[in-house]
Design a protein around this ligand. Structure first.
Ligand code: SAM
Ligand code: SF4
Length: 326
C-alpha cells in the first residue's frame, strides 16, 4: 500500500466525509437563511460512499469523520457509520453533528461503530444558543451529550465557534461546565467563507484571546501526539475536561494538516478553502474502478498547496462550510 503524501511531506490518515449539504439549523455563520438546495440534490449513495471509503482505506486512511450539513438528517446515517467502521484499515469513526438526534440514537450509533462525537454548541445559554443557531432545542442537544457520555464513547467533544458579540466573554461558563464533565471543548476561530465577509468582520475573535486567558488561569499545553491535527490542546489538573483551540489564521496552522475532505456530491477537497474540488464521482459507479480511483487520489495530492492563503483575504471557493463539512 502506498500512503497519500503531498509535496511537503505531509501524510493524510484522516478523511472528513460529508454525506449531505442539508441542515435543519440556521447557524448565523453558516446557513443564516437555512438550507435551500440548488435544484434536486444528488448526494452520494451508500454504494458510492462504500467505494470512497475503500479507496481511502487503501491509501492509509485510519480515521473517518462523517459530517455535513447535518449528517444525521440522512435516514441511512447509521448504515454509513456501520460501513465506515467495517472498512478494513479504518480504526476510528467520528461524526460532527448539531446533536438534535443524539439523545435518541447515541446508543444505536455506538453499537454501529461510532466511537467519537463532536457536538456543536456555541453557547451554554439557551436563549443565546437559539439566537446563534435558530433552533430552540438546547436542552435536547445537552441531553444528547449526557447520553453519549453514558454510552461510553471514546471521546465526546463540544465545538464552539468563537463569536465576538455572542460568546466571546463566556469562557467562565464553559470552564464551569467541564469542571466535572469529561468533555473536550474545542474553540474554533470563525473562518471567512465566500458568503459572509461582513459577518466575519463583525464577529471574528482571535483564538489567541482565549489562549491568553487559559494560560493565565493555569492551563498548560499538552504535547502533540503523532496523529494530532492542527488543534492546540490544553489541560488543567482541576478540570475533568480539556480544551482545544483551532486557530486557522495562526502561523504554521497548515504545517500539521493531516486531513482530506470529500463533499456530499463526491468531490475531493484538498483544503477547506483553496479550490473547487476534484471530481471523484465518475469513478464511484463500480468496484472495478477502485484502481483508477486510487490513482486519482495520488495524482490529486500533487496539487495540494502548502497553505490556505487565508491571510491574503482569500475566502476561496467555499460559500459556507455546510457545503463541505467544516
Ligand atoms: N452540522 C454539523 C455541526 O454543526 O456540527 C456538522 C457540519 S458543520 C459545517 C461542522 C463544523 O463547522 C461545526 O462545528 C460548525 O460550528 C463549524 N463551522 C461552520 N461554519 C464555520 C465558520 N464559518 N467558521 C468556523 N467554523 C464553522
Ligand atoms: Fe447546520 Fe452545522 Fe452549518 Fe449549523 S454549522 S447551519 S448545524 S451545518
Amino acid at each position: 500500500m502506498r500512503e497519500l503524501q503531498d509535496r511537503f511531506g505531509r501524510s493524510f490518515h484522516y478523511l472528513r466525509l460529508s454525506i449531505t449539504d442539508a441542515c435543519n439549523f440556521k447557524c448565523q455563520y453558516c446557513l443564516p437563511n437555512g438550507y435551500h438546495p440548488d435544484g434536486k440534490p444528488r448526494f452520494m449513495t451508500l454504494e458510492e460512499i462504500r467505494r470512497v471509503l475503500l479507496a481511502f482505506a487503501q491509501v492509509g486512511t485510519r480515521k473517518v469523520r462523517i459530517t455535513g450539513g447535518e449528517p444525521t438528517l440522512r435516514k441511512d446515517f447509521e448504515a454509513v457509520v456501520d460501513l465506515a467502521a467495517n472498512t478494513p484499515g479504518v480504526q476510528r469513526v467520528a461524526t460532527t453533528t448539531n446533536g438534535y438526534r443524539l439523545a435518541e440514537h447515541a446508543k444505536a450509533w455506538r453499537q454501529a461503530g461510532l466511537s467519537q462525537i463532536n457536538v456543536s454548541v456555541d453557547s451554554l445559554d439557551p436563549v443565546q444558543f437559539q439566537r446563534i443557531t435558530g433552533d430552540s432545542r438546547f436542552d435536547l442537544v445537552m441531553k444528547g451529550i449526557d447520553t453519549a457520555l453514558a454510552e461510553g464513547y471514546d471521546k465526546v467533544k463540544i465545538n464552539v465557534v468563537l463569536l465576538k458579540e455572542h460568546n466571546g466573554d463566556q469562557l467562565p461558563l464553559f470552564l464551569n461546565y467541564i469542571k466535572h464533565q469529561p468533555v473536550d471543548l474545542r474553540f474554533i476561530e470563525l473562518m471567512e467563507t465566500g458568503l459572509h465577509h461582513d459577518y466575519f468582520q463583525r464577529h471574528h475573535l482571535p483564538g489567541a484571546v482565549i489562549q491568553q486567558q487559559l494560560e493565565q488561569a493555569g492551563w498548560t499545553l499538552d504535547p502533540r501526539g503523532p496523529d494530532d491535527g492542527p488543534a492546540l490542546n490544553y489541560s488543567h489538573p482541576d478540570y475533568a475536561g480539556r480544551i482545544g483551540l483551532i486557530m486557522p489564521y495562526a502561523k504554521d496552522f497548515c504545517a500539521t494538516c493531516n486531513r482530506l475532505r470529500v463533499s456530499a456530491i463526491g468531490k475531493l477537497h484538498l483544503c477547506l478553502f483553496t479550490e473547487a474540488g476534484i471530481e471523484l464521482r465518475d469513478l464511484l459507479g463500480s468496484d472495478e474502478q477502485l484502481a483508477p480511483l486510487v490513482a486519482r487520489l495520488h495524482a490529486a495530492l500533487g496539487q495540494k498547496h502548502e497553505t490556505h492563503y487565508l491571510h491574503d483575504g482569500n475566502a476561496g471557493a467555499t460559500p459556507h462550510l455546510a457545503s463541505i463539512g467544516g
